[in-house]
Design a protein around this ligand. Structure first.
Ligand code: FES
Length: 195
């Protein structure tokens, strides 16, 4: 079994996503030539973006081939970091932060709103494949808690009502500005009028 996972397999080019050769080379060129495998995180990130938000096995095998690593090493990395998905996800990946500052500021209301409106539990994808819900740990934006990350964007200072508004718009494919839903710029104090 382990032997098979370490062995390089021929790739089926028909099922691979299109990657720009220059983009790959540019990523690899940022690292010493004898440390090609250091490029594994940005390369996985690029592939995941092109593959619809997750990393099928054949794409991880391709990254392994490009970086001359074993597939198992790439798989270990992809399955360790929560920013990589090794299962398919919906068009919109909803990541609710459940760490203490967000929890104290109402993360449960965001999750309740998602449950009420999309009938989604943690780790599940809606039947139409549009939404996936994931509970995550601190997203590093505690000053504007509670936070909901949708794909690459952060939606901040949310409550039940603003989350519902956000979901309703996503259902209609309407883009909503990211950032604070209380109108704060960055993490300025609420109500700040400037000097
Ligand atoms: S606790 Fe939610 S962003 Fe830090």
């Amino acid at each position: 079994m382990t032997k098979n996972l370490l062995k390089k397999k021929p790739l089926n080019k028909d099922i691979l996503v299109k990657l720009d050769k220059n983009e790959i080379e540019e990523i690899i060129s940022k690292y010493p030539s004898n440390r090609k495998s250091s490029a594994v995180l940005p390369l996985l990130h690029l592939v995941q973006k092109k593959a619809g938000g997750w990393l099928p096995v054949h794409e991880m095998e391709r990254v392994a081939n490009i970086l001359e690593m074993s597939y198992m090493r790439v798989f270990e990395i992809a399955s360790f970091y929560t920013m990589f998905n090794i299962q398919p996800v919906g068009k919109y990946l909803l990541q609710v932060c459940k760490t203490t500052p967000c929890w104290l500021r109402g993360a449960d209301n965001i999750q309740k709103c998602i449950k009420d409106n999309l009938d989604l539990d943690n780790g599940k994808t809606s039947k139409d494949g549009i939404f996936t819900l994931m509970e995550v740990e601190c997203l590093g934006a505690c000053v504007n808690a509670p936070i909901l990350q949708i794909n690459d964007d952060y939606y901040e200072d949310l409550d039940y009502k603003s989350t519902k508004d956000l979901l309703d718009k996503l259902k209609k494919n309407i883009k909503t500005p990211k950032g604070s839903k209380l109108g704060r710029k960055s993490s300025e104090p609420l109500g700040y009028k400037g000097n």
